[in-house]
Ligand binder design. Structure first.
Ligand code: SAH
Length: 247
């Protein structure tokens, strides 16, 4: 009797262990080896200490930043730094922005659930994922094919279903899906690209770092009024990678 029980217990634990192993394998295949459920405490701490404390108040933005598994969007070797207070290299000389800057730009856009948003500079796909939960549709453009493919596969594996990706020069926007309620550019440009201004809805908002490559730039907030006039405001000095392309 006792021996049967022991055998049963053994069988059950072997089954459980193999289920867990299969689950790990599934994550490894789906999302570049990351488990989105990990790092919950680090993520909470990031939201509290880097984002809320520095003045980000919009609850929906704070919630989105607390939800997206940032560690899945950085290369494996940087996983344990994913929630630290700095940008991280993602390949091709590009970086995933510092968490506070992602939150600040997202808050500046003042998005609502029915909005359609364009992002220029997909990079890792992290900013798209943050926006995904806040708006109706995200359109994102990346100039490097390898980064675009990688971000696309990851966003699909993590089941962000309302993000459309395109590989190309985002300077020219995405005309087929214009106009947009909000546009976010996550690479620095010497000027505000006129095609992007054209693709912004009246009443729309844009956020873009303006300035020279590898210099301190100004994060600009732009609003297109309902009569079509444009207002701009410098928000903060920032340092972004440059907007590339043939424009
Ligand atoms: N938003 C990204 C980080 C962006 S880094 C994230 O959340 O990870 C800036 C990105 O802009 C880089 O991936 C870079 O390759 C891309 N980029 C630079 N110039 C571009 C252009 N003209 N069109 C589209 N993407 C561009």
């Amino acid at each position: 009797m006792n021996r049967t029980r022991v055998r049963h217990a053994l069988l059950v634990s072997i089954l459980l262990a193999s289920c867990l192993w299969v689950k790990e394998e599934v994550w490894a295949g789906q999302a570049g080896g990351c488990n989105p459920k990990q790092y919950a405490a680090e993520r909470d701490k990031m939201v509290r200490e880097q984002i809320r404390k520095r003045g980000i108040k919009d609850d929906s933005v704070l919630r989105a930043m607390g939800k997206v598994p940032r560690h899945c969007f950085v290369p494996r070797e940087f996983e344990d730094e994913a929630y630290d207070d700095h940008p991280i290299p993602i390949g091709k000389g590009q970086t995933i922005s510092q968490p506070y800057i992602v939150a600040l730009m997202t808050e500046l856009l003042q998005v609502k659930p029915s909005d359609r948003v364009l992002e220029v500079g997909t990079g890792s796909g992290y900013q798209s994922a943050v926006l995904s939960g806040l708006v109706n549709r995200v359109f994102t453009i990346e100039i490097y094919p390898a980064l675009s493919r990688k971000a696309g596969a990851l966003l699909k594996a993590l089941e962000y279903r309302n993000i459309a990706l395109k590989q190309g020069d985002g300077y020219f926007g995405w005309n087929e899906h214009a106009p947009f309620d909000a546009i976010i550019v996550t690479a620095a440009s010497n000027q505000i690209p006129p095609p992007l201004l054209r693709q912004l809805k009246p009443g729309g908002r844009m956020c873009i770092p303006v300035g020279g490559a590898y210099q301190v730039q100004q994060l600009m907030f732009i609003r297109k009024k309902h009569d079509g006039t444009i207002t701009t405001r410098a928000v903060l000095p920032v340092r972004f990678v440059p907007l590339l392309g043939g424009h």
